[in-house]
Write a protein that binds this ligand. Structure first.
Ligand SMILES: *Cc1c(COP(=O)(O)O)cnc(C)c1O
Length: 378
């Protein structure tokens, strides 16, 4: 039988445009990370890969400032790590409290509900954060087993302060789960100091690695609950009692690790260690400050109050009479610069600009400000 030739077969080599990715993610990978990705493969149980897995785990612990025993890159993007956290921490019928002040809080609600939790939404306007009194009153009402908060809300540009949340969680015997996708490697984070029980991230934001892995960390309290579960984690691929054996001492096959992505992540994390965490956080603050000052000079303002404004993601208010989609499109087609519009409550009201990892540099700020000025003056 002849093979069908009805499918389109591309004949041209792939030639991607040189975009500057200044949106909410992905951000541009560091050239050293791209080089690391192209190293030749080894097997997923090769002694050299096992050594690399150990290196990645300790680098992740450094960047998160945690000693959590299970600290590994989940195969998949940030959402896979988010789902791994939820699947392993939540049992059907558990009361779960989630802070919803943006799009990713909503995603956490959706995931926890799918795993059978009784979810309570604690809501606040998009672009604000929760204070301890608000969290306490919700905890009193729903007595949660898990409290989920988004440390860096990429849909709004707001940072959730975490000081004092652990004490509340201790009072209510509650696990603390934190989304650090847009803060890990760009914004101050002290997971152990803040008593965070579990956190997740993605490689494609401040880590400057392409999308494909989702760092996940689970502390002793989470592992204890995982052991005591009455039913297995309902998601086979993300069951950390199985995956943990591959990354831990047993090294038994569960699924094939994305080998080359792990090369990339290792290099991305090594770059952070080389720069130093504090210097890296400081660089993100300085670059963001330069951007905010430049916006103010152009008469533009930011949506989020400065004390909780993320250096990694800024929401810029769209001036009256300006079509935000058209501006973003012109920046992309004429300047090769990607920024994004608002989501949900902020749709049509803001642009979202990411200055993450490798991209957090003065020349990118100057270029974006000049381009934005040009496009807005038309
Ligand atoms: C990007 C992002 C995610 C999801 O990560 P993906 O890599 O898109 O799956 C989750 N939470 C926050 C805060 C994010 O910014």
């Amino acid at each position: 039988m002849p093979v069908s030739d009805k499918h389109r077969i591309p004949t041209r080599d792939l030639d991607t445009p040189p975009r500057l990715l200044l949106g909410p993610g992905p951000s541009n990978a560091h050239p050293r990370v791209l080089r690391a990705l192209s190293n030749r493969q080894v097997g997923h149980l090769d002694p050299t890969f096992i050594e690399l897995m150990n290196e990645v785990q300790s680098l992740l612990k450094y960047v998160w400032q945690t000693d959590n025993p299970v600290t590994i890159p989940v195969s998949g993007t940030g959402s896979a790590a988010m789902e791994a956290a939820v699947a392993n921490m939540v049992e059907a019928g558990d009361s779960v409290l989630v802070g919803v002040n943006g799009y990713f809080g909503l995603r956490m609600v959706d995931m926890a509900s799918r795993y059978g939790a009784e979810v309570t939404r604690m809501t606040a306007p998009w672009g604000t954060a929760f204070d301890l009194d608000t969290i306490r009153s919700h905890m009193e009402a729903c007595r949660p087993r898990v409290l989920g908060l988004v440390h860096a809300e990429t849909s709004t540009g707001a940072r959730q302060p975490l000081e004092g949340v652990r004490e509340l969680c201790d009072e209510f015997d509650c696990l603390l789960l934190i989304d650090t996708v847009t803060s890990m490697g760009g914004v101050e984070l002290y997971l152990d100091e803040w008593g965070v029980d579990a956190a997740y991230a993605g490689t494609q934001k401040c880590l400057s690695c392409p999308p494909g892995l989702g760092p996940l960390t689970l502390g002793p309290r989470v592992l204890e609950r995982l052991e005591k579960r009455t039913k297995p984690v309902p998601n086979w691929y993300l069951d950390m009692s199985l995956v943990g054996k591959y990354w831990g001492s047993e090294r038994t096959y569960h699924h094939t690790a994305p080998i080359n992505m792990n090369y990339g992540l290792r290099e991305a994390l090594r770059l952070i260690a080389e720069e130093g965490l504090e210097a890296r956080w400081e660089r993100h603050r300085t670059t963001a400050r330069m951007f905010w000052d430049g916006l103010a000079e152009m008469g533009l303002s930011c949506h989020v109050d400065e004390d909780i404004r993320l250096p990694s993601l800024t929401t810029v208010k769209v001036p009256d009479g300006v079509d935000p989609g058209r501006v973003a499109k012109t920046l992309l087609t004429e300047y090769n610069i990607e920024i994004a519009g608002g989501l949900g409550e902020l749709a049509g009201k803001v642009w979202r600009v990411g200055l993450m990892g490798f991209n957090s540099r003065p020349e990118n700020v100057m270029l974006l400000l000049a381009a934005l000025k040009d496009v807005l003056n038309r």
